[in-house]
Design a protein around this ligand. Structure first.
Ligand code: RIB
Length: 302
């Protein structure tokens, strides 16, 4: 089993359900308010931990109650948080999430996530070995993400970039990326097309070896040299899609770290994400390995 190193963001999510998005000046009654640990980096690390991966994370939280809570929560999922830095006199990252009709809209205040730098990447990857996996997203400064990818590439690690949320100039990182996992919107922004084969070829011409497009209700599509594999989304009653993409990326990394072939790893990631969407919240909604196995050995028989 290889180690997984996650370099990214930690946010406290403030979630509310609303019947529609209020207009300017309008006050609206929503419901189901909850505060729970999120952030794309931390969610992906939590997914790795809950699904029994060997996972280490670097990032930054503020010196506030939310920072402490996020660190304790992540450690409870089996994530090594010794490289997550507490930044003084800085608030932790906050995500305000409004859920309308099972879809979420997210507004971020990045807070301490903006302090993540290349020294954090060096500390995180000090013990990494060839074949270990680096998993990054784009909620921390692009310069630091680029430094992490370059260092991991030089160490012979396998690098996965989840380009969310999309950042300008991310293309500069492509020479150090082995796999990219955009959603459909990000895929279009990256490639200028919705056509999977054409866009996939564009990304591979830029040096990326494997492309996985996550397509929400349509499942996923995997593209590499001479190969295209897709699978529909597993039908499940959707309660909240927050963290589903992060679950997919974390689960994929866990199976690749365990030496599974790509098709099995993708199938497992699709299953894990199908469990996440049936629950509210971010890290709290990500299933353990037992929960994924139990769900598919009982419910899916019918
Ligand atoms: O991907 C979901 C995450 O995006 C949320 O947990 C929120 O913190 C935002 O970063």
């Amino acid at each position: 089993m290889k180690n997984i190193f996650v370099f990214g963001s930690l946010n406290m999510d403030m979630v509310i359900r609303s019947p529609y998005l209020p207009a300017a000046g309008e006050t609206l009654t929503g419901g189901g308010f909850m505060t729970n640990p999120g952030g794309k980096g931390a969610n992906q690390a939590a997914a790795c931990g809950k699904l029994n991966g060997l996972v280490h994370m670097a990032g930054c939280v503020g010196d506030d109650a939310f920072g402490k809570q996020m660190l304790e929560n992540l450690a409870g999922y089996g994530v090594d948080v010794s490289c997550v830095r507490i930044v003084e006199e800085t608030p932790s990252g906050i995500a305000v999430i409004v859920i309308v009709d099972d879809d979420n809209r997210i507004i971020l205040d990045v807070g301490a996530n903006s302090k993540v730098n290349s020294s954090d990447a060096e500390r995180l990857l000090a013990s990494a070995a060839p074949g270990d996996i680096l998993l990054v997203q784009l909620e921390t400064p692009l310069e630091a993400v680029g430094a992490a990818l370059k260092l991991a590439h030089e160490k012979g690690m396998y690098t996965i970039l989840n380009p969310a949320p999309m950042a300008r100039d991310v293309q500069a990182c492509f020479p150090y990326v082995d796999m990219i996992t955009p959603n459909e919107t990000e895929f279009h922004l990256l490639t200028g097309t919705d056509l999977l084969d054409e866009g996939g070829r564009f990304l591979m011409d830029a040096g990326i070896k494997e492309v996985v497009v996550t397509r929400g209700a349509k499942g996923y599509c995997y593209i590499s040299q001479g190969k295209m594999v897709s699978e529909d989304c597993i039908k499940a009653p959707v309660v909240d899609t927050t963290g589903a993409g992060d679950t997919f990326c974390g689960a994929l990394a866990v199976k690749l770290a365990a030496g599974e072939d790509i098709e099995n790893a993708l199938r497992f990631a699709n299953r894990a994400a199908a469990v996440t969407v049936q629950r509210r919240g971010a890290q709290v909604s990500i299933p353990t390995l037992d929960e994924v196995e139990t769900y598919f050995s009982t419910k899916r028989k019918h």
